[in-house]
Write a protein that binds this ligand. Sequence first.
Ligand SMILES: Cc1cc2nc3c(=O)[nH]c(=O)nc-3n(C[C@H](O)[C@H](O)[C@H](O)COP(=O)(O)O)c2cc1C
Length: 450
Amino acid sequence: MATTPRQLHLNLFIHGRGHHEAAWRHPSASPLPLTDIRYYTGLARKAEAGLFDSVFLADTLAAGDDIARAPRTWLEPVTTLAALAGVTSRIGLVATCSTTYTEPFNLARQFGSLDHITGGRVGWNIVTTWLATASSNFGNQGPLDHAVRYERAEEYMRVVTGLWDSWSDDAVLDDRAAGQYARDGSIRPVHHTGPHYQVAGPLNQPRGPQGRPVFVQAGSSDTGRRFAARHAEAVFTAQMEKATARDFYTDLKALAVEAERAPEHILILPGLSPVIGSTEAEAQRLARELNDLTDPEVGRKRLSGRFGGHDFSHLKLDEPLTPADFPDPGTVEAARSRTEVIIGLVRREKPTLRQLLGYLAGARGHFVTAGTPEQIADLIEDWFHDGAADGFNLMPPVLPAMLDVFIAEVVPLLQRRGLFRTEYAGETLRAHYGLPRPDLRFERVTADER
Ligand SMILES: Cc1cc2nc3c(=O)[nH]c(=O)nc-3n(C[C@H](O)[C@H](O)[C@H](O)COP(=O)(O)O)c2cc1C
C-alpha cells in the first residue's frame, strides 16, 4: 500500500500588526485599528486561502507598562475565535486560555462550544501564564511559582478532560416522537475532588465533533516539556537556531514515547519569522527599516517582564553583555525557557544590550531570518527533513504584507516540492494535523450511580 509522504504543518500566529516589535508603525502594516475584527477575519481568510492548518491567537492577562509606546493584540482570543469561525470553513482555529486564571468548568464549556460552533476546528493553547503582573488582576495573591503552575495545570487537565468525556458520543437521541432527548446512562458526573479543584460535572453540553479540542502547548523548560509530552498534540517553541531546535525535537519526541504516546501525534512547530524580499538585498533592507523603528526602552521593559520584573535599568546600551548580567534561569519563575534562550544567545554571541534588544525585537526570541522566497523555502525544507520541525508557527514580521508574500511566493514552492498540501483533505483541525480522535474515557453509568 502506498504511504502518504510526510507533509509540513503551517500555523499562522496572529500578533499585533506583525511580530516585529515596530511592525505597528511600518508603512506596509494594516491600516485597520487593532480592535477592528475585520483585521483578524481578513488574516484568517488569507491563511485559509493559503491552506494553512490553523491560525493562533495568544493572550496576556495584564496590560504591560509599555502601552504608551507599543500596542498589543487587544481582542480577547476566545470571543475573537468565535468571530473567525463564522467567516472561515476549513482552517483550524487555536485560542489561548490560562489554567491558572480560568475555572476549568468555564474553559471546558467555552472550548466545547467552540468545537461545535467551528464544526470541529478548535484547538486550545494551554498556558499557565508566565506574566507575573497577571496575578494582580486575579485576587492579587502574588504570582504562582513555575512548578506550582504546572502542578495545578496537571490536575486541571484531568478535570477538563473528564468534563469533555462526560457525555458519550451517542448520548443525544433527540427522539421527539418518543420524548427521549438523551440516552439513559450516557451522561456521567466527574466527581473530581483534588488539591486545587472540586468539580462535580457532568458538562452541560454534548461532546464536540473532535471529542475535545486539540491540545496545543508551548512550554519548553524541563517541566514544560514533560507536561507537553503527556498532553500536547502540537507544540509551539522558540528556538534561535537549528541545532537547538533539533535537540528540542529529539528530546520531546523521546519524552512522548516514554509517556506511551506515538511520536507522530505530537507535532513540533518552531516559530519562524521571515522577512522576505525579491532579492536578498531587498529583504535585508526591509529588516533594517523595521529595526530602525524600534524603541530600546520598550525592549528593556519587555526583557524585564520575561525575567519576572528583574531590573535591567543599570545596563548600558552599548556595552557587551555577559551571562552574569542576568539572573540564573533556574531561579526565574516567569518565562523560564525563554530566559534560557536569551542567556544562550548572550553566551554565544556576547552582544551589547542594544544588539540583544534589536534581535529580540524581531520576534521575541524566535527564529528570525531575511531572504528570498527560495531561501525561505530551502530553510523550511532543511529543518523539516533534518529532524528539527514537523512544520512551523509562522510569525510574519509585518501583517498582512509578509503573510501575503509568504502565501504568494513561498507556499507554491513548498507545494511544488511536495512538502505542503494543495487542497484541504479533512474538515477538522485534528484531520489537518493528522491526529486521531481521542478515545472516550467513559463507562456507562449504572442506575445505582446515577
Ligand atoms: C509560540 C508561543 C506562544 C505562547 N503564547 C503564550 C500566551 O499566549 N500566553 C501565555 O501566558 N504564555 C504563552 N507562551 C508561554 C508558554 O506557555 C510558557 O508559559 C512559557 O514558555 C514558560 O514556560 P516554560 O518555562 O515551561 O517554557 C507562549 C510560548 C510560545 C513559544
